[in-house]
Design a protein around this ligand. Structure first.
Ligand code: HSE
Length: 441
């Protein structure tokens, strides 16, 4: 390698453009820091003419990112195209096969093909760095993969999607509906035009599967994961959570249990005073529990051009420094197969909101169904007067409806499911039950 690390960058969206600007303006500084100059030689993007506020004339242009990935003129291929297949996947494979290091922000690609790509990278003696793929500007990959290597990690959990956290924060602070907050998130550019990926939890799931692998030394497993998004959360749930001393957050949780590893993404009630409950708006946070460190929380910007470019560039500078770590923290052949802990065995407290007909005996029959499953109730509240929020959700047919809200002590998912099935057969509930897991973090 010469005294310059030559970069080919594919994808000039928000992150790619920010990375290119920063790499250009800080070139000398990087040379001082890394001992090797870093120079972007060539770029590729969908449109050559789109105005990005940056002069591209000094870079060799490639229409096809695969050609850029194979170019002899680069040492590192930076993939900021996105997507778990198509040009991003083809170009990353081509780069590795032609002996180029790869830096990527692509969580979907790593979640789906990470095991195989890690193997390929090792076989070709190149690095595959993806700090920007999880929690944007927060250096969580390095923290888990490298800085916490002395620990037996028992749990990693966090708020990994800024769009969802923004929506839940606004719902709580302003009593707004999910739809109203989503529209604002889209207007402000936080949420995509098609927000499904974010609000249904898939974006969080991708990031979590990567963290699971790094924390527990397992192969990435993107199928064996429970994923529930935030679209069913109503102002009534947010208000009830507040009254009970909780906040609702979309958490990704990876946890070791006696039977395997739980990998789950779902709305979660967390105590208002917990550190994770303090994370508001688009901010992300990851908590890592290790036997030596206890509990460490990393919080910061999980998205945005500059913040994500910061992580991309740190990965490039690591390569200029000669730092190469196995992509998944250990040789790919030493990764252990992922063993899923069954969700029905999950233990925890539960919030259950049941919209029922306002009739005598309903309250008692629900309590009986819970008792049959040996579920202890911490509280059971009947909202005599509907709050403004639940008023707004009430259907015309629900004129005489009431919400019954239960908080259970620790029990299992299986018992909760059985109790709810029994309650359904009793015929009192007039809307699908809302069940939210509680984490007393
Ligand atoms: N769409 C993600 C979020 C950012 O809302 O946090 C990129 O992963």
């Amino acid at each position: 390698m010469s005294n310059t690390l030559k970069i080919g960058l594919a994808g000039l969206g928000t992150v790619g453009t920010a990375a290119l600007k920063r790499l250009g303006s800080m070139q000398m500084k990087f040379a001082e820091k890394a001992g090797l100059a870093i120079e972007v030689r060539a770029i590729s993007a969908r449109s050559k003419t789109r105005d990005r506020g940056i002069d591209l004339s000094g870079y060799r242009w490639y229409d096809n990112p695969v050609d850029l990935a194979k170019s002899d003129d680069i040492d590192v291929f930076v993939e900021l195209i996105g997507g778990d297949s198509g040009p991003a996947e083809e170009a990353v494979r081509a780069a590795i096969q032609s002996g180029k290091h790869v830096v990527t922000a692509n969580k979907a690609l790593i979640a789906k093909h990470g095991n195989e790509l890690a193997r390929m990278a090792e076989a070709n003696n190149v690095a595959l760095n993806f700090e920007a793929a999880v929690a944007g500007g927060i250096p969580v990959i390095k923290a888990v993969r490298e800085s916490m290597t002395a620990n037996a990690i028992s749990r990693v959990y966090g708020i990994l999607n800024g769009t969802c956290n923004y929506i839940l924060t606004r719902m709580e602070e302003e009593g707004l509906s999910f739809d109203a907050c989503l529209k604002d998130a889209q207007r402000l550019g936080y949420a995509e035009a098609d927000p499904t990926f974010d609000v249904e939890g898939y974006d969080t799931a991708h990031k979590l599967t990567i963290l699971t692998s790094l924390a527990f030394g397992t192969e990435i497993e993107s199928e064996a994961i429970l994923v529930e998004g935030i679209t069913s959360i109503t102002p009534a749930d947010i208000a009830a959570a507040r009254d009970l001393g909780f906040r609702i957050k979309l958490l990704g949780v990876a946890k070791k249990t006696s039977t395997g590893i739980e990998q789950r993404v779902h709305p979660t009630m967390v105590p208002r005073e917990s550190s994770i409950a303090q994370i508001s708006g688009v901010t992300n946070a990851v908590v890592i529990d290790g036997d030596a460190i206890g509990s460490v929380t990393l919080a910061g910007p999980g998205a945005g051009g500059d913040a994500t470019a910061s992580a991309v560039i740190a990965d490039i500078v690591d390569l200029a420094r000669g730092l190469e770590v196995k992509p998944l923290g250990r040789p790919a052949d030493a990764l252990v197969p992922f063993k899923q802990s069954e969700i029905y065995a999950h233990e925890g407290g539960y919030y259950i909101r049941l919209r029922v007909n306002d009739m005598h005996g309903v309250f008692a029959s629900i309590a009986t169904r819970m008792a049959e499953q040996e579920i202890s109730l911490e509280s059971i509240v009947q909202h005599k007067k509907r709050s403004k929020a639940s008023e707004a959700e009430a259907t015309p047919a629900a004129g005489k409806s009431q919400d019954i809200i239960l908080i259970t002590y620790e029990t299992t998912e299986m018992r909760i499911n059985k109790a709810i099935e029994a309650i359904k057969t009793d015929g009192h509930i007039i809307a699908p039950p809302q069940v939210i897991r509680i984490a007393r973090v």
